[in-house]
Design a protein around this ligand. Structure first.
Ligand SMILES: [Mn+2]
Length: 330
C-alpha cells in the first residue's frame, strides 16, 4: 500500500524535482520520465534531474530531451517555486541509498519535503517520507500504482516509459520479481498503446559493432568455479580502448555467464578507468547476492546486486569476488 502522505504530498505539490540514480538504467529513466509526464499532465511544473547525459541505449524514450544535468538549475527551480508561493517537493526514484544520487545528492536533499520511492531490498533510508516496497518488480510498477492512487491519467508517452522500466527491470518478465500484478500493469500499458515489438527492438536490437567486439573480448575472460556453479567475466580499460566501445555498451553482459545451466551465481567485474572497479552479481535460486554485495559496502536485490572497489587491479578484485562467492554457494 502507498502511504497516504506520499500520495497527498505529491497531489498538493505545484513544483516537483525528480531525481534518480547515477548510471540510470531502464527502470530509473522510465520511472523518472514516466512520472514527469504524468505530473505535468496534472498541471504541475516538473524538473527532471539527471546526474549525467543519458546512454544512447535509452535515447528513444519519449521526453528524454527534457532531462537536465544542471543541479544548480534544479535548486533554482525549487527556490523559484517557493518564491512564487508554490508547494515544492523532490522525489528520488529507484535510489537504494542517498549516495546513489551522485555528487549533487546532498545539495538536492536540501529540498523539503524530500520523498523516496524505491523497490531495492536492503534500502538505506533517507529523505522526509518514504514508500519502499521490495516486492515490486520495478520502480516503474510503483509509479503506475501511484498514478492510480492519484486518479491521474497515464498518457501513451508515460505508458511507454513505465513499460520500459518494467520490462528492463524484470529481464523481459523473466525474473522472480515478476508478479501477476506486474503482468496486469504491463497489460494496462499495452492497452494504452505501447508497442511491445518496438520497445524490444529499441532495447535489444539497437547495439553497435563496438559493443559486439567488446563482448568477444569479455566472453574470452569467462571462467567457471565450484563445479561450474560460479561464472565470472571481466572487462578491462584496455578492452574498451581496443574495441572502441564505451561503458554503456556492457549492459546485459552479465546475462551470458548467468545463462549457463549449472550457474548459481554470475559476476561481471568492470574496470572504470578512474581507479574504481565495479562488480555486478546475479544469482539464480537461493543464493543471496545482496548479502555478498553488502560485505563490500554495496547493495541491491537478492538476485541482482553490485558494489565498487577502489584502488585495486581488476584481477585482484576478481580473486576477492571469487572467494566471497565460493563461500556464498556452499
Ligand atoms: Mn529498479
Amino acid at each position: 500500500m502507498i502511504p497516504d502522505i506520499i500520495v497527498n504530498t505529491i497531489k498538493d505539490a505545484s513544483h516537483v524535482v525528480l531525481i534518480t540514480h547515477v548510471h540510470p538504467d531502464g527502470d530509473a529513466l522510465g520511472s523518472l520520465f514516466g512520472l514527469g509526464d504524468i505530473l505535468e499532465a496534472q498541471g504541475k511544473k516538473v524538473f527532471r534531474y539527471l546526474d549525467a547525459p543519458v546512454s544512447y541505449l535509452y535515447d528513444f524514450l519519449p521526453g528524454i530531451e527534457l532531462g537536465s544535468t544542471d543541479s544548480n538549475a534544479a535548486i533554482d527551480f525549487a527556490k523559484q517555486g517557493e518564491n512564487d508561493g508554490g508547494k515544492v517537493v523532490a522525489i528520488a526514484l529507484d535510489c537504494g541509498d542517498s549516495g546513489r544520487m551522485g555528487d549533487a545528492g546532498n545539495t538536492l536533499l536540501s529540498i523539503t519535503p524530500f520523498l523516496v520511492i524505491d523497490h531495492h531490498y536492503g534500502h538505506r533510508e533517507f529523505g522526509t517520507h518514504l514508500w519502499l516496497d521490495s516486492d515490486c518488480s520495478s520502480t516503474g510498477e510503483m509509479v503506475y500504482e501511484l498514478a492510480l492512487a492519484m486518479d491521474a491519467q497515464v498518457s501513451l508517452i508515460a505508458a511507454v516509459c513505465l513499460y520500459v522500466a518494467i520490462v528492463t527491470d524484470t529481464g523481459s518478465f523473466c525474473y522472480q520479481s515478476t508478479s501477476a500484478r506486474t503482468l496486469r500493469i504491463a497489460a494496462d500499458l499495452v492497452e494504452k498503446g505501447v508497442r511491445t515489438d518496438e520497445v524490444a527492438a529499441h532495447i535489444y536490437e539497437n547495439y553497435t559493432l563496438e559493443r559486439l567486439r567488446l563482448m568477444e573480448m569479455v566472453l574470452a575472460t569467462l571462467t567457471v568455479h565450484s563445479d561450474a556453479r560460479i561464472a565470472l567475466i571481466h572487462a578491462s580499460v584496455d578492452m574498451f580502448g581496443h574495441s572502441g566501445a564505451n561503458s554503456d555498451d556492457v549492459e546485459g553482459f552479465i546475462n551470458y555467464p548467468r545463462s549457463l545451466s549449472t550457474v548459481q551465481v554470475a559476476g561481471f567485474i568492470k574496470e572504470t578507468g578512474n581507479g574504481a572497479v565495479s562488480v555486478s552479481l546475479r544469482a539464480k535460486g537461493n543464493v543471496d547476492v545482496a548479502a555478498v554485495a553488502a560485505t563490500f559496502g554495496g547493495g541491491g536485490h537478492k538476485n541482482a546486486a553490485g558494489f565498487r572497489i577502489y584502488g585495486k587491479p581488476v584481477q585482484d578484485v576478481r580473486s576477492l569476488v571469487l572467494t566471497a562467492l565460493t563461500q556464498a554457494v556452499v
